[in-house]
Design a binder for this molecule. Structure first.
Ligand SMILES: [Zn+2]
Length: 277
């Protein structure tokens, strides 16, 4: 039987936030069994904490944002994906800003930090989250996200685009620590050059540049790729991170053109069912 896990020691990391473009200090602290993943804003007075769970997601525009009242924490998904990849159930994530550091736009830097301090197995047995029948959500534009029953955590994803240099991409992985670190964690965010321009005009995406994203111009991909299908691999990374808000998921998830919004809607639907059981 699997046991709950936390990190072996405290981790400190400073990096640029994607939207503010400012340096953000993040600290990961080991936590007791049953804590789950808890985010804490150290720049706000009082105990400004938000538990990572699907119903605490306040926005999915451009990134996954946790929000309770006035407390908001943007861009949690790449850290959540690294925690998922390492199967870390309990940790406190402190941050002194409104967003997490973006690293290189992938989860690689966070995986490296976690590998450095190692994992500590705890006494409590893991309670996995699963579905006993297909659960799905959809959106206009042919977007779908489906969770099927299964004994392992597997993700299949179809990325569709009429962009001449990007096209359609498909990938499928069983999500294990080894496969996540090697095949998924290094895949970076996709950013269209014209969207970056629009974000900057809205005072967002200030930390965005070619070091932290695969930049796609009008006709070509402007960044050297880490994988020929890096874009679909990053979509899987985001999905794994967004589903970790549920805890350990067991089953087969199939995404078609889905993103943070559908990821959260599916996670909420599964969360609702768990409550009802
Ligand atoms: Zn992402």
């Amino acid at each position: 039987m699997l046991k709950e896990r936390t990190i072996g020691a405290e981790i400190t990391y400073s990096g640029i936030g994607l939207h503010t473009g400012k340096e953000v200090k993040m600290r990961l602290l080991p936590a007791e069994s049953g804590t789950g993943i808890v985010f804490r804003r150290t720049d706000l007075p009082g105990s400004s904490e938000i538990q990572a769970r699907p119903s605490n997601v306040g926005s999915t525009l451009f990134c996954t944002t946790l929000a309770i009242g006035d407390v908001r924490i943007h861009t949690i998904e790449h850290v959540m994906a690294a925690l998922a990849g390492m199967s870390i159930d309990n940790v406190i994530v402190e941050v002194d800003s409104v967003e997490l550091p973006v690293g290189d736009g992938s989860s690689e830097v966070f995986i490296d930090l976690l590998e450095e301090v190692g994992i500590k197995e705890q006494d409590t047995l893991v309670r996995s989250v699963s579905v006993d029948e297909p659960i799905w959500v959809s959106d206009k534009g042919g977007k779908y996200l489906i969770a099927l029953p299964g004994e392992e955590f597997r993700v299949s994803y179809v990325f569709a685009s009429d962009h001449p240099a990007v096209g359609d991409q498909f990938a499928e992985f069983e999500i294990t620590r080894k496969i996540f670190s090697k095949e998924i964690a290094p895949a970076r965010t996709l950013a269209f050059a014209d969207v970056i321009k629009a974000l900057k005009e809205r005072n967002m995406g200030r930390g965005g540049n070619s070091n932290i994203a695969v930049i796609v111009g009008e006709k070509e991909i402007l960044t050297p790729l880490r994988f020929p299908n890096e874009i679909v691999r990053h979509k899987i990374l985001d999905l794994v991170g967004d589903l970790w808000l549920l805890g350990r998921f067991k089953g087969h998830v199939i995404g078609v053109k889905s993103g943070h919004s559908l990821n959260n809607r599916l996670a909420r639907k599964i969360e609702e069912r768990i409550k009802r059981c």
